[in-house]
Design a protein around this ligand. Structure first.
Ligand code: IVH
Length: 713
């Protein structure tokens, strides 16, 4: 449809407009309108047909608004073919077309609270409602999947269609029948409805999406880019059996059409949006859960608050949502407000900050880890992702670069979801212009700043290249950073940048140096002073007394994590006992695999390491087993064995971490969201939506912090 060159020039032109337009704005309105229309058509094609946008939603919207503005200034230039004159199309020729009973419109978008207040003011102006009066709004998630219209006649599912171009969609009834949350029959007669059209969104739960992709990876198939593509792709599969396997779900968000047997419109029987969703829920449809996922707000201010709450909760929600939808609740007011050819005037989407964006891969830098693994890091043109500027993205290892076929100069799709570190989803091959350069992974240690080149090695079965003998000290620095970090010795006040500073000053060369710092000198450093030096001294003092499982974990032994460190610590009296341990002895302990065992043996057979530990012991670092090294409850025992647990709200006597540790010691497994899998919810103060959701499920045991403490003893 578009050649590679065309795509490249459309992409560059889009970026030029988005970056302010410059010379473009000197062109005639006619020319600019034509250009913007071509750009918008292209981006709609990438989004709706290919399911692979090259600009973010806000960027697309800005282009769209530029066009709308120019057209408003020059109405004589508006033609019926302009993208502003119809909703976007996702039609393809694989399925028969069917006309919707009423057009499926799009939504107006907003990105901040001012936009929402302006929307409220606009609705009031349009409806002649005085400014000081409140309008009631229903607010619910904006599901990020594929839209669907399902028609019921005489209580039976008659047909289902995708949105298509809004007027005509693709008929996908057989596929819709494979979606369990779409009832095949529903008692519409009880509501006096003979024929109805419901609109909703077809989605796939994030964890199921992940499972599907994991499975595909195992089978060597290409991976789906995201949950949305998996859902929209699922709707259009040829074989309904395959659709059923994908585990799609449909959330209904509106009743678009309803007539009785004589063909009379009966929509007005539902006085509010809230009521119609409630009724549909009673008929067996999946709708956003009342009071949790959707709510009625008495005015726009409350609606803004609900939108903000959800922006925070977005990542913990089991489905992908890209914003919230604010809808005038009263059906009568909705009818009075009516629609433009593009969207209803009574609703607006509040879009969350984009999680994906395109950027350019400028160069690759390399970092060395604590055991010498070389990690390539892509430096990209800075982009805004979910409210944060991202300019560095890890490329993990050479295989990652090869599997994604990344080149310097590529336009890349970058994603940052919640707390997850940003990553490169893919390179946009279709935007290459031939100037891109392959990334050549170095053969020698790229960090080494001495004159002695060190050849990198790759251990069989591992993805990383490693620098086997560090001659420049860079690995020691990483070891120290890890040694003092929170999960290891947990030395407060000795963060990464301070370790780097002390390392530069020559004060830290090995982990033993941490215990011989000169606090008088530290107090004199700029930015320190007596107080911080004293605090640091205290933290180091505390670390000297740490249980030995922390010390074991802090030694940067490859693959030796917190859990196995604890298991090993429980078996020894003194850390140096491990000098006498052989593979045979390790094989008797459950959960310690041969690879970790070999690594521990290698570490304790190395004279330098033993000297280092002896030095540390002489400096007062505890090497003997303590109470804390012994398991609180033998695995398979405890009051919560086999149960899943989740904490919500602020706990009064325990920190979240302590509570989780106690729960684990009692045999429970911690999970992160309320779902059908959850057994126990422990509620602190201000528990919020998790509690409501758990109560709605009806299968979750809810307990207070006090009750929890009693149970774990
Ligand atoms: S209301 C006539 N509510 O967003 C009202 N739409 O960008 C128009 N969407 O095509 C739709 N969640 O597929 C509405 N809670 C929700 C929604 C929702 C997702 C989709 C819908 C629509 C698109 C518009």
């Amino acid at each position: 449809m578009y050649s590679q060159e065309e795509q490249r020039s459309l992409f560059d032109l889009s970026k030029a407009y988005l970056n302010g337009g410059g010379a473009l704005q000197q062109e005639s309105a006619d020319e600019q309108i034509n250009k913007l229309r071509r750009l918008i058509e292209y981006h709609e094609y990438r989004y709706y047909i290919l399911n692979s946008p090259v600009v973010s939603d806000p960027e697309y919207d800005r282009l769209y608004k530029m066009l709308e503005k120019l057209e408003a200034e020059h109405p004589e230039l508006i033609t019926p073919e302009s993208p502003t004159q119809r909703v976007s199309s996702d039609l393809s020729s694989d399925f028969p077309s069917v006309e919707h009973l009423t057009p499926m419109l799009s939504l107006a978008n907003s990105y901040n609270e001012e936009d929402l207040f302006e929307f409220d003011a606009q609705v009031k102006r349009y409806l002649n409602i005085p400014e000081e009066e409140d309008i009631e709004y229903a607010v619910e998630p904006k599901f990020d999947g594929g839209s669907i219209a399902v028609v019921y006649e005489n209580g039976r599912l008659l047909r289902a269609a995708t949105r298509g171009n809004g007027t005509v969609g693709e008929e996908i009834t057989n596929n819709a029948r494979a979606i369990r949350s779409i009832p095949l029959r529903a008692d519409f007669a009880g509501l006096g409805i003979y024929k109805a059209e419901l609109r909703g969104e077809v989605l796939i739960r994030k964890d199921i999406f992940k499972k599907i992709n994991d499975q595909r990876e195992e089978e060597g198939l290409s991976l789906f880019a995201n949950a949305r593509n998996t859902a929209t792709g699922g709707l259009r599969m040829k074989d309904p059996q395959e659709v059923a396997k994908r585990g799609l779900e449909a959330f209904i968000y509106t009743l678009g059409y309803a007539v009785d047997e004589t063909g009379n419109d009966v929509l007005s029987r539902f006085s509010t949006h809230q009521e119609s969703l409630g009724r549909l829920n009673q008929l067996g449809f999946k709708v956003p859960i009342e009071g949790v996922e959707r709510t009625v707000c008495k005015n726009i201010k409350a609606a803004v608050g609900f939108c903000h709450d959800w922006q925070e909760k977005r990542d913990g929600y089991p489905y992908e949502i890209d914003g919230m939808v604010v809808k005038v609740n009263s059906r009568e007011l909705q009818e009075r407000a009516g629609s433009t050819s593009h969207h209803p005037r009574w609703a607006i989407a509040f879009k969350f900050k984009a999680k994906q964006a395109t950027s350019r891969l400028l160069r690759v830098e390399y970092q060395v880890g604590k055991i010498g693994s070389i990690t390539p890091v892509a430096k990209i043109e800075p982009v805004q992702l979910a409210g944060v500027t991202v300019s560095s993205v890890s490329l993990h290892n050479e295989d990652f670069i090869t599997s994604k076929d990344l080149h310097i100069g590529d336009t890349v799709l970058v994603e940052r979801a919640g707390d997850v570190i940003p990553y490169i989803v893919k390179a946009m091959e279709e935007l290459r212009n031939g100037s891109e350069q392959p990334i050549e992974f170095p053969k020698h240690c790229p960090i080494n700043d001495t004159d002695e080149p060190v050849e990198l090695v790759r251990i069989e079965g591992e993805a990383a290249w490693r620098c086997p003998v560090c001659v420049c000290g860079a690995q020691n620095l990483q070891k120290i950073i890890f040694h003092v970090s929170k999960n290891a010795m947990d030395i407060e006040g000795l963060g990464k940048s301070i370790v780097e500073r002390f390392y530069e000053l020559g004060w830290l060369r090995t982990i033993a140096d941490v215990y011989r710092l000169d606090y008088d000198k530290i107090a004199e450093l700029e930015g320190f002073g007596e107080k911080s030096a004293d605090n640091l001294k205290e933290s180091v003092e505390k670390a000297r007394q740490n249980p030995i499982h922390r010390l074991l974990h802090s030694l940067s032994i490859h693959h030796l994590g917190q859990k196995v460190s604890k298991i090993i610590a429980a078996e020894i009296n003194h850390v140096l006992d491990l000098r006498d341990w052989d593979l045979e002895k390790f094989t008797h302990i459950k959960d310690v695999g041969p690879v970790v065992a070999e690594n521990v043996i290698a570490f304790f057979s190395n004279e330098h390491n033993i000297k280092l530990l002896e030095e540390m012991e002489a400096l007062g670092v505890n090497m003997k087993q303590t109470e804390d090294d012994l398991p609180k409850s033998a695995s398979g025992e405890g009051p919560f064995v086999g149960k899943t647990i989740l904490f919500t709200g602020s706990l009064q006597t325990l920190s979240r971490k302590e509570a989780q540790a106690k729960a684990e010691a009692a045999g429970a497994k911690i999970i992160s969201a309320v779902s059908g899998n959850l057994d126990i919810l422990v509620v602190g103060e201000k528990p919020g939506s998790k509690l409501k959701k758990a109560q709605a499920l009806g299968t979750v045991e809810v307990m207070t912090e006090e009750e929890f403490l009693e149970r774990v003893g």
